[in-house]
Design a protein around this ligand. Structure first.
Ligand SMILES: Cc1ncc(COP(=O)(O)O)c(C=O)c1O
Length: 426
């Protein structure tokens, strides 16, 4: 086995997470949350982006101050160190996702780019006019618009798995969507960024594969919050994004099944992704570098590696249980607010995302009143316009959690919602 094929175990988390999850203690690792302010900060927008622990900031700072150099090119000391750090981050991510090999882990700019990579490189290679793509109405625009662009270009049909009133996929409809053999891809979100629904991706993959379709998963909201095992998920592509995983912006991940990544053409052309270049044609580098054109986000990869190590040390089972506890508490507490409509399924079937509407109060007004009390939430369509249209609402307000969120944050949210009602709802 070559070094680059090895999934690292160095710095791996202990197998069993600590029994009691102490979010107040975890919070102390996050300088932005601990900074002194006039009014305390209540950060409930982790689904948009997460805060960063000191360990991530330190790792990036260390890279820039000790071995900043371009990777894969230099033969001098710091260039080799930079390359080693970059490739170590890949091995850590591979371990985190339970990839068979780091070669299946491609660094991108974010999930959006990872999904576009699949659409452009795999989609253009594998799909022909008349083929169909199966999506869901709860997709983030990142897993919808790339397929719309491809569908227009290639005369493809887009089909959608219906969702129930509670915002869950009606999987009994999936076999019929695949029955004619024209649907070559099922691409879906793992955890909805609006409804919080945790989709049964393994079951979708089982049904899709039985009909010969490839499966792509948008794990933007799940990889940051729950254990992800790409082997047992059964998908062929999985996309995630560092900035929601306690890591920096500017880097994301596409995991792909090795045989598919080997077979499909590259996405972007340029330096590093080539083996040999002639004036009129080129050949491609090995995996995963075939998909990494140009100078990559090196410090950001190092930061992502540190973030993943931090998450591993917390234990992803514990992080998910904590999210779910907060979601349960939030759903309970929000039922006390008159005129409040909760979106999505019960807490037992969702992640740490709770979106809602409040009768007579626009989501932006809610967010503004909450901000006056130091509470950061998101208001709008959350890059899921078709889902909001399906729900019959123009926008919603969303509270979302991470490992540093505490029950006191929910107290502040509920108090702010009562204030918003007092100001706006008559
Ligand atoms: C479900 C989902 N998919 C995709 C994305 C896109 O992530 P990024 O902007 O990092 O590419 C997001 C971000 O909000 C998301 O929540």
């Amino acid at each position: 086995m070559r070094e680059s094929d090895r999934v690292t175990t160095a710095g791996a988390a202990p197998a069993a997470p600590a029994a009691a999850f102490d979010a107040a203690r975890v919070r102390q690792d996050f300088p932005l949350l601990m900074a002194r302010r006039e009014k305390p900060m209540v950060y409930l927008d982790s689904a948009a982006t997460s805060q960063k622990p000191q360990a991530v900031l330190d790792a990036m700072q260390r890279y820039y101050t000790t071995c900043n150099a371009n990777i894969h090119r230099g033969v001098y000391g710091i260039a080799e160190e930079a390359t080693a750090l970059y490739e170590d981050a890949r091995r850590v991510v591979a371990r985190f996702l339970h990839a068979a090999s780091p070669r299946e882990v491609v660094f991108t700019r974010n999930s959006t780019e990872a999904l576009n990579l699949v659409a452009h490189a795999w989609g253009r290679w594998a799909l022909a006019p008349g083929d169909a793509i199966v999506l869901t109405p709860m997709e983030h625009h990142s897993n919808l618009v790339p397929w719309q662009i491809l569908a227009t270009e290639r005369q493809l049909e887009l089909r959608f798995i219906p969702i129930s009133g509670e915002g869950e996929l009606q999987l009994d409809a999936l076999p019929a969507l695949l029955a004619d053999g024209r649907a070559k891809l099922v691409s879906l979100v793992h955890i909805s960024n609006v409804l919080g629904t945790v989709n049964d991706v393994a079951e979708v993959a089982r049904i899709a594969h039985a009909h010969g379709a490839t499966v792509c998963v948008d794990a933007s909201q799940s990889a940051a919050h729950m254990p992800i095992d790409v082997q047992s998920l059964g998908a062929d592509f999985v996309a995630c994004t560092s900035h929601k995983m306690l890591g920096p912006t500017g880097i994301g991940v596409l995991w792909g099944r090795r045989a598919l990544l080997e077979a499909m053409p590259p996405f972007l052309g340029g330096g590093e992704m080539i083996r040999e270049v002639k004036l009129t044609h080129s050949t491609w580098n090995e995996l995963p570098w075939k998909f990494e054109a140009g100078t990559m986000a090196i410090a950001e990869a190092v930061g992502l590696g540190a973030a993943v190590r931090y998450l591993e040390a917390l234990g992803m089972d514990a992080v998910f249980a904590h999210d779910r506890e907060l979601a349960t508490l939030t759903l309970e507490r929000l039922t006390d607010v008159p005129g409040l409509r909760l979106l999505g399924p019960p807490a037992s079937r969702r992640g740490g995302v709770v979106a809602f509407t409040l009768e007579g109060v626009h989501p932006h007004d809610i967010a503004t009143v909450l901000d006056q009390g130091g509470v950061c939430v998101r208001a709008g369509h959350h890059c899921a316009m078709p889902l909001h249209e399906h729900l019959g609402i123009p926008a919603s307000t969303r509270a979302s959690f991470h490992c540093y969120s505490c029950p006191e944050d929910i107290d502040a949210l509920v108090a702010g919602l009562h204030r918003a009602r007092a100001v706006f709802a008559h």
